[in-house]
Design a protein around this ligand. Structure first.
Ligand SMILES: NC(=O)c1ccc[n+]([C@@H]2O[C@H](COP(=O)([O-])OP(=O)(O)OC[C@H]3O[C@@H](n4cnc5c(N)ncnc54)[C@H](O)[C@@H]3O)[C@@H](O)[C@H]2O)c1
Ligand SMILES: O=C(O)CCC(=O)CC(=O)O
Length: 353
């Protein structure tokens, strides 16, 4: 076996159906007295439900979380956090709400309890992205790693069909890149392969029966394993390209991951034969990049950058930005290679890798 480094991150994880009822006990377990609940506006009703569940240990609701963690929103939330006498936050929602909880923790050291309702995976990572004056910057610090994560399958039953697939692709991308990132190691590879297997299989079942708790449970379990891969492992070309497209072309996060994953993987395939073999086992397909494309296409999820509003003449600028400060990648990256990846993704061509 080759030498490797494995970094495990601390986290308490409660997984199941109906696990939300454990929330008050988890607040007390952290020796906290009052929790401020965070949601987006769209999920405010869920936040009010948690406030009722917390009863006397609720410090109220901040229902203003927004995509990409704008600092103005964080400033307002920190004021409410301090004024309310809260000493911890409870974030219930997708990556945007979890990002707000992390931003509050960064500024106040507030312990975080997170109830994820999408598959994006932020709950298991020490990564925070924030937007100030239209510019998004990302940092990695253990200060933002949530203390406790309560996965409750019930909250994923409401995920709309398209977001189920795009958010699932966001999760799959974390595990795929963990298999060939610079930080790849055999322990994370176990989680990555199983996460991809569980999630791809469950996404197909959820497509046919969205209210099937068993399928939703497998999907959330797979997404958790993929999230661990992002938190403890590394990323490569795919995440770099998504961050370029999100940051410089304002393309939507999960949809961009959905479109790019088959193409970034097809580009890297010749350099990572062992990883492709693992992905064949996990997806049950001889062409895993095409299998990801097919899952999205069958669900009516976007498969082309042009359908996300990316201008064709933006490809050259995207190539230039992606070549500036590149991430580690198992296959050499040059302008011509990137052009071919972006062109295929812009057109929505089905890869055959
Ligand atoms: N820091 C990290 O490690 C990390 C990892 C992944 C994503 N992210 C960030 O997370 C953000 C994207 O997160 P996202 O894709 O989860 O989207 P999101 O959190 O923005 O959610 C999109 C919308 O769907 C709603 N929603 C979420 N779950 C729902 C459910 N079960 N039922 C009904 N509606 C629901 C939300 O309230 C919101 O209105 C991006 O800003 C991305 O950069 C961060
Ligand atoms: O928190 C962020 O915005 C950066 C990390 C991230 O978005 C991971 C991903 O690309 O899914």
């Amino acid at each position: 076996m080759q030498n490797f480094t494995y970094t495990g991150l601390p986290a308490r994880v409660l997984f199941g159906t109906g696990t939300t009822s454990l929330l008050p006990a988890e607040v007390e377990r952290l020796a906290c007295r009052k929790a401020l609940v965070l949601t987006t506006e769209a999920q405010a009703a869920l936040g009010r439900y948690l406030c009722d569940l917390l009863g006397p240990i609720s410090a109220g609701l901040f229902p203003g979380a927004a995509m990409h963690t704008p600092v103005e929103v964080t400033d307002a939330a920190v004021i409410q956090y301090r004024d309310s006498g809260a000493d911890c936050v409870v974030s219930i929602g997708g990556g945007s709400t979890i990002g707000l909880g992390k931003a509050i923790a960064l500024r106040t050291d507030a312990p975080q309890i997170v109830l994820p309702t999408s598959y994006a995976g932020s709950e298991m990572t020490p990564i925070i992205g924030q937007t100030d004056g239209g510019k998004k910057t990302t940092q990695t610090t253990l200060k933002v790693l949530p203390e406790t994560v309560i996965y409750d399958v019930t909250h994923t039953l409401t995920l709309p069909p398209l977001m189920t697939v795009t958010s699932g692709m966001n999760a799959l991308a974390h595990a795929v890149e963990a298999l060939y990132a610079e930080e790849a190691n055999p322990v994370l590879s176990l989680m990555a392969e199983d996460g991809i297997a569980k999630l791809t299989e469950a996404l197909e079942r959820v497509r046919d029966t969205p209210q099937d708790t068993g399928a939703r449970s497998d999907a959330l379990y797979g997404a958790w394993l993929c999230a661990v891969c992002l938190g403890s492992g590394g990323v490569a070309l795919h995440h770099k390209l998504c961050h370029v497209l999100g940051g410089s072309f304002d393309l939507p996060h999960a949809e961009t991951h959905t479109v790019m994953l088959p193409h970034a993987l097809a580009y890297n395939a010749p350099a990572v034969p062992d990883v492709m073999e693992a992905l064949r086992r996990a997806t049950g397909s001889q062409t895993p990049a095409a299998a990801f494309f097919d899952i999205s296409s069958a669900a009516g999820a976007p498969t082309a950058l042009r359908d996300l509003g990316m201008p064709e003449d933006g490809i050259e600028r995207a190539v230039e930005i992606a070549l500036d400060k590149p991430y580690y990648n198992p296959r050499d990256v040059d302008a011509e290679g990137l052009r071919s990846v972006f062109r295929a993704a812009w057109q929505g061509a089905r890869p055959d890798a």
